[in-house]
Design a protein around this ligand. Sequence first.
Ligand code: FES
Ligand code: FES
Length: 249
Amino acid sequence: MDKQEKAGGIRVTFEAAQAQAAAAIDAAPSLLTQYRCPLCRKVFACYDDLKTHYAMEHAGSILPITISLNVNDKDSEMLIEPNWTLLQALQYRLGLTGAKHMCERGACGSCTVIIDGRPMLSCHLLAVECEGKKITTVEGIAADKKWKPLIDAYCKWDAMQCGYCTPGFLVTAKVLLDRNPNPTEQDIKEALAGNICICGTYPRHAQAILEAVEVMARPPEEPKPAPGPGGPGGFGGFGGFGGFGQGGN
Ligand code: FES
Ligand code: FES
């Protein structure tokens, strides 16, 4: 255990983030196997039984609906209330808590996800509107080895304090780099203008993204021999990416 771990800090590496993200994606249910009444918690084997139950016991209440979303290349069926936002569906039904709930007014960017290649605010979209679209969350980015340089650079430059806003920044940065693999500092500032950080980490994001750009432009490295005992660990950093497991409502 190193000094940082002894002090109660979390040692952040790409590998740790990748494993955590892949586990979260894997754990998201694909098929609805039961239909739980959100009002009285009774469980039904099919949607028609739930409908009958509503008609008999909750007449006048809004019936939940079933939808299917493609999130991080995985189709998931879920039962939601028709007024749920995409952010609620991701958090409550799929357990994907990387997109964060902060202002809920479209003002902070913490809930940013990618929909059909565009950064979108998941607090401002109804989940039902997102059927048939390709949704990528920060978990999908973290699970993809291609983005290791970006995550490593965020860790190295400590582009986070509490980490709550960091997934939103990272998602926006990924879209920027997809569109413009060689951005200037000004391009980065403009792309991230909709992401708010209460901790004030702004200068670190451009540093991290510019370093990731430089690393991603290098030719692939030859595989290195495995490090011996006491070999290099990951980059430091307290707080990580806001924790994929944090931020539920
Ligand atoms: S929580 Fe969606 S923009 Fe702030
Ligand atoms: S809000 Fe704390 S790191 Fe941005």
